[in-house]
Design a protein around this ligand. Sequence first.
Ligand code: CIR
Length: 259
Amino acid sequence: MEGIKIFENVIVRKPPKSLKNGIASNPEFKKPDYEKALIQHNDYVRALKKCGVKVCVLEAIEKYPDSCFIEDVAVCTKKFAAITNPGASSRKGEEKEIIEVIKKYYNDIEYIKEPGTLEGGDVMMVKDHFYIGLSKRTNREGAEQLIKALGKYGMSGSIVEISEMLHLKSGLAYLEDNVLLVTGEFVNNLEFKKFNKIMIDEEESYSANCIRVNDYVLVPAGYPKTKEKIKAAGFKVIVVDTSEYRKVNGGLSCLSLRF
Ligand code: CIR
């Protein structure tokens, strides 16, 4: 598995001090610690660099507490990028902050428009096909706009209904080579029947949000069973602590755009 090039570029955005005001759903979690979040972000960037990608680090935006979860504001494919339209009201406008950056990498840019909403966390790329989750953030209109755009560039998309998870990739991660990490409501979903599935235990469900970047799989710290399963499947693993991001429902995939 040496020297595989899946992605060349990664864009991240530093966490703002306002991260503590990010959208959170688990009342058991404390507020994220900004200093710790910053250290974890630096570690994340270091891990990405080890994977052999160029990393563009954008400055924090204080007025958007969730803006470090940059995956949600764009979908970056091999042929074009789509600027999304976040469904969460406090995140509306975040997408405008990425447009000029994306223009440096892409000539072809599409835009998800009202009444369509879509967040990148709901989009999972498997080669030229994109699974799009219908969540509280992504609606059918938004998903259909993206499917139409994909079609224009010779790619395809399909819709996956979500009932519990925040985003599609809260419970799924495609590790390439037909291997899919799966947890919770997606375990028995027939849409994913053709994949070699690695089942993530319910008590480690957060760790279904891993990312494959070239020769490595980044796995969140504190999930030993998931780590062992991924290693046993033949992948090289880098562990990255995302504890502060987890407190506001964020994970490894949300923190970057990879293309
Ligand atoms: C939110 O609720 O929008 C943020 N607190 C977390 C976003 C996580 N993004 C992702 O899974 N792609």
